[in-house]
Design a protein around this ligand. Structure first.
Ligand code: TTP
Length: 672
């Protein structure tokens, strides 16, 4: 059955901006004497010098890789400088990197609709800016084109070094007879080069970028030429790009779906998908996924850039590999307390600074059993409504853990089976807060807001625990910043899909958060909802601004140095007094945030609570019978069992107890 095609326009101009060896650059800005030296950032861990999580390009040239331990890196490159990730509460503290990522976002966001996709990645929709540039100052009218623009890689154009190549780029950009799509891309190239230079000037960080007609193409291109370069995918180069792209390198195909395409359909590259009809792909993978695959084979993607500058969820996690696996409830509780404390701090500052509240708390863990006959059994993820306040989060996280553990251990629990006691080991823990919404400014009562939103999860039978409610896949990009350095290396792939579980970092979508492989497969289309209205409403102004800026830069461009020149000439100075002062302001702000938000906590919790109280108090006689009648009989019966027992329909006793119900996951049962 055909599905509606995404509304794509190949006349859009989308950029994906990715910082180069990001944590290294942040550390090098802090310690400028490290600039230009082979450097790597290692996570806190005494074993073999810690695990590398970011490697500078100088160190990469000596053969150092992210998968290495510190000792291995030293063996490969004796002069390597290893910098430890800051540590707080016995785990990596990523605040420094988060803050640096925000600096970049605030610069890029001035250019158009901006989506922060991870700690160091941003998507930009530059269509409006490119349109106005094309109208006001098309590339062919520019007297001088900046060096940085001329160094762009244009896919499909054969590259020879030297001025000839730059001349070819200039000719391509300034072609009068180009079609509109390419003309818009040419404007995109100029805009992005200018933005990258601004980022460098204001933050001292280099970045690379991909420019194409949709997010998928832009993202593929941004990693093709690093560091400090940009790559463009003209419409005419799409098929060639995809024909050689290994299927598993494609976003969302790094896991089970990609494996199935390889083994079941013999597909090795994205281009190989072209041989299958849409119907055939739908037969194998369902309607939505089939259509999505058919589209990506042709470079079509309708996924919009979301106007979102803030993370979509907050998370805190840690792995306990090998002998460090946790064995007792008390140690699990200790670590959950640490993780919850960090989470709570971030929630408080989000509330204070951005006026946002989260409503779902989720616990993920990875585990194994001592005598595991069922070794593939996943430790279930559990969610409950989020209550503000450190102790409440700690308490709820531990309750979620215990509920999940009961389920994981099965009906026999940890009772002895045969002669041996069955025990468990926890190799990874994380807590996250999601379903984050803005509190509209000017709203005097949070209550009023909750009453108009349906984001507050419902209370379930056992107090709060629900099976982890899967979030809309948004085709991709939840912006979670919970790429904890602590959680990367050791944990195997798992379906709960917290950032750290993704298996292959070459192919790793660091921004996917709380999206299971299954979610991605079943609905790859764009479903993300939390578009920042502020950013949307600013769009017109922003576009005008960039339009003007580009006209201006036409004058200014004469003799502009290239981005790498700027970098080379950068005069390394220790952090200024002003920076130090800013740091202390930040920390005092966050202290203030903590203090003042704690006074909000009871109000927030109370109001969320009241909302929940009323949420499930449906009276059956208030429900339209015709709505019921349209449901399958089995589901009608199950639904009745979830409504107030004393007000049940006359249809008799429900046969579902929730555990076997086909809809139980979506309607957690009330206390009965
Ligand atoms: P990436 O963008 O994947 O890599 P990178 O910025 O270090 O290097 P590149 O120039 O190749 O893009 O990741 C961004 C940061 O996220 C990285 O600097 C460190 C952190 N990170 C981890 O903590 N663990 C990981 O496994 C990965 C992949 C990244």
């Amino acid at each position: 059955m055909p599905v509606a095609r995404p509304e794509t326009s190949d006349a859009r101009v989308i950029a994906h901006v990715d910082m180069d060896c990001f944590y290294v650059q942040v550390e090098q800005r802090k310690q400028p004497e490290l600039r230009g030296l082979p450097t790597a950032v290692v996570q806190y861990n005494e074993w073999q010098g810690g695990g590398l999580i970011a490697v500078s390009y100088e160190a990469r040239k000596c053969g150092v890789k992210r998968s290495m331990r510190g000792d291995e890196a030293k063996a490969a490159c004796p002069q390597i400088q290893l910098v430890q990730v800051p540590v707080a509460r016995g785990k990596a503290d990523l605040n420094l990197y988060r803050g640096a990522g925000s600096e970049v976002v605030s610069i890029l966001a001035k250019s158009g609709k901006c989506e922060r996709a991870s700690i160091d990645e941003v998507y930009l929709d530059l269509t409006d800016a490119a349109e106005s540039m094309l109208a006001d100052a098309p590339p062919e009218s520019l007297e001088l084109i900046d060096e940085e623009v001329l160094k762009s890689h244009i896919l499909g154009m054969s590259r020879e070094d030297g001025d000839d190549f730059k001349e070819s780029v200039r000719d391509w950009i300034c072609r009068k007879d180009a079609d509109r799509r390419d003309k818009l891309l040419s404007c995109g190239i100029i805009i992005v080069a200018e933005l990258r230079k601004q980022v460098l000037k204001e933050t001292e960080f280099t970045c690379s970028a991909g420019i194409g007609h949709n997010k998928m193409l832009a993202k593929l291109a941004s990693g093709m030429n690093k560091p400090a370069q940009q790559t463009v995918v003209p419409y005419s180069a799409v098929q060639e790009l995809l024909s050689s792209l290994p299927i598993k390198k494609m976003k969302q195909l790094g896991g089970k779906l990609g494996t199935s395409l390889q083994t079941d359909l013999g597909v090795d590259t994205v281009g190989d998908l072209l041989q299958f009809s849409e119907t055939k792909l739908q037969e194998h993978y369902g309607i939505n996924t089939g259509t999505w695959l058919w589209n990506i084979a042709r470079g079509i993607s309708g996924e919009e850039v979301q106007g979102r500058l803030l993370p979509k969820s907050h998370g805190s996690g840690k792995t306990f590999p090998g002998p460090r696996a946790l064995k007792s409830l008390s140690t699990v509780q200790h670590w959950l307390n640490q993780l919850s404390e960090e989470l709570s701090e971030r929630l408080s500052s989000d509330l204070e600074q951005n006026k946002r509240i989260a409503s779902t708390l989720t616990l993920h863990a990875s585990a194994f059993k001592s005598r595991d006959s069922d070794s593939h059994r996943k430790f279930p993820s559990k969610s409950c409504p989020l209550r503000y306040g450190v102790t409440k989060i700690q308490e709820d996280a531990f309750n979620l853990f215990q509920a999940a553990l009961r389920e994981y251990m099965g009906p026999f629990g940890s009772k002895p089976q045969g002669n041996k006691q069955e025990t468990w080991r926890i190799t990874g823990l994380s807590v996250s807060a999601s379903k984050i919404v803005d509190i509209p400014s000017g709203t005097s009562s949070i209550m009023r807001y909750f009453q108009s939103e349906s984001t507050v999860p419902s209370r379930s039978a056992d107090g709060c625990v629900q099976d982890h409610v899967k979030m809309a896949p948004s085709a991709s990009e939840g912006c979670s910043e919970q790429r904890s350095t602590e959680t990367q290396a050791a944990m195997p792939e798992e379906d709960t899909g917290v950032t750290y579980t993704l298996p292959n970092f070459e192919n790793h979508d660091k921004d996917i958060d709380l999206v299971s492989e299954k979610d991605v497969v079943s609905c790859p289309s764009n479903e993300a909802t939390d578009v920042s209205t502020q950013s949307e409403s600013n769009k017109g102004t922003q576009t005008n601004r960039i339009g003007r800026k580009m006209n201006y830069s036409k004058e200014k461009n004469r003799g502009m140095p290239s981005i790498v020149d700027i970098f080379k000439n950068y005069n390394a100075t220790p952090p200024s007094k002003q920076e130090t002062q800013e740091d202390s302001t930040v920390s005092s702000t966050s202290k203030r945030a903590k203090f003042s938000s704690s006074s909000h906590n009871s109000q927030v919790n109370q109001e969320v609570e009241e909302r929940r109280e009323t949420d499930w108090g449906y009276k059956t006689d208030e429900i339209d019978q015709s709505v019921f009648d349209e449901l399958p009989v089995e589901i009608q019966q199950e639904l009745r069992s979830f409504l107030r027992p004393n007000k049940q329909f006359n249809a008799g006793k429900s046969k579902g107890d929730g555990s076997t119900s086909s809809i139980a996951h979506y309607f957690p049962p009330l206390n009965r």
